[in-house]
Design a protein around this ligand. Sequence first.
Ligand SMILES: Nc1nc2c(c(=O)[nH]1)N[C@H]1C(S)=C(S)[C@@H](COP(=O)(O)O)O[C@H]1N2
Ligand SMILES: [Mo]
Length: 391
Amino acid sequence: MPEQRKVVTAAPENSETPLESIRSWVTPTRLFFVRNHFPVPEVDLDRWRLAVEGCVAWPRRWSFDELTDVPERTVFATVECAGNGRSFLSPHVHGVQWGAGAVGHAEWTGVPLRLLLEEAGVRPGAVEVLFEGTDSGTETDHPEVMPFARSLPLAKALSPDTLVVYRMNGESLEPRHGFPLRLFVPGWYGVASVKWLRRIEVIDRPFKGYYQSVKYTIQRRGSDEGVETVIIGPMEVKSEVLRPRSGAVLGVGPNRLTGVAWAGEEAVARVEVSTDGGGSWGDAALVGPQAEYSWTLWEYLWEAAEPGEYTLLARAISASGKVQPAGHDPLCGGYLIHHSRPVVVRVEGARRSADQPGDLAALVYDMNAYAEENSRLPLDVEMVFFGGEGI
Ligand SMILES: Nc1nc2c(c(=O)[nH]1)N[C@H]1C(S)=C(S)[C@@H](COP(=O)(O)O)O[C@H]1N2
Ligand SMILES: [Mo]
């Protein structure tokens, strides 16, 4: 059976990527996680318009064809749902019970939002830009029907990399990912990237909508003793072990650990691996591009000397030196779950350690093939060899 998304809730669809099926830098759209609060809206492209209005000199409604005539821009970026990993929390936290797979890396193509805002002429006094989706519905603590809506501070809205996207991985957006148009905010948790975008409003005061005042906020320790409520924005530094999986039985000898790591708006500088539950750490090799917004692949060759049970950990460090934490910050509640999660494996003396050939080679091959096919990013990736043994 071909690999499929793991369904967490069926209606509306919330589904994740089975992490063990990640074999390429870019996540295939078929496997890319889906986070929907309401049913997928139906869109008639002929009648569909995108409104740009509010605190602007020249409000306007764009047709899809008009938008695709504007010079396009492409950004490779990782996006994670702010609730990813919630099912691992103890005590249990209410909300969609994500495993580890509400994260993916894709190629996003569209119009820089900045161009649309420049066309509209942002007036003095503007502080935020509000984005409204075509989908709507209710929540248990919000019985009135509301559209899905979020805002961005003006500075992030004007970043040349913040896009109004119509293609994902080179193809027209799938309905579940926001057809015909979605916002894409590189480096930020997925909630910022409003799908089925139909209205952009420049506003002169902070937006206080449900999805950034009731949901998708965290508590942070302020400068004094107190805590303040913060709207979820940039993604935190995080890594995942892709292989081996928890519960795997390995052999004595060389074993290959592979994974991914990302750091929101920053690039990943380093990934460290521990095979003794955090007692000691060694550097993993980073493979492929280390760029802002994008996850990087990593691998670590572990010489397992003795049979026994081992606790493997990975931790990522961002370009500015932010370190992935060992535990979850309870002030974040059910969001920003980015601590290192132990992978427990057994090493048996009788088993000869499999070399897992081709694992990383396949990842690297996919990356280069993808780049060549799309002739966009030069992904000259150097293969990494350990102690004379090839992959
Ligand atoms: N209109 C709309 N936009 C939305 C959502 C939604 O439910 N409705 N979910 C948000 C959340 S919480 C996430 S994590 C991302 C998920 O994007 P994806 O489903 O394309 O992976 O979309 C965001 N944009
Ligand atoms: Mo999300």
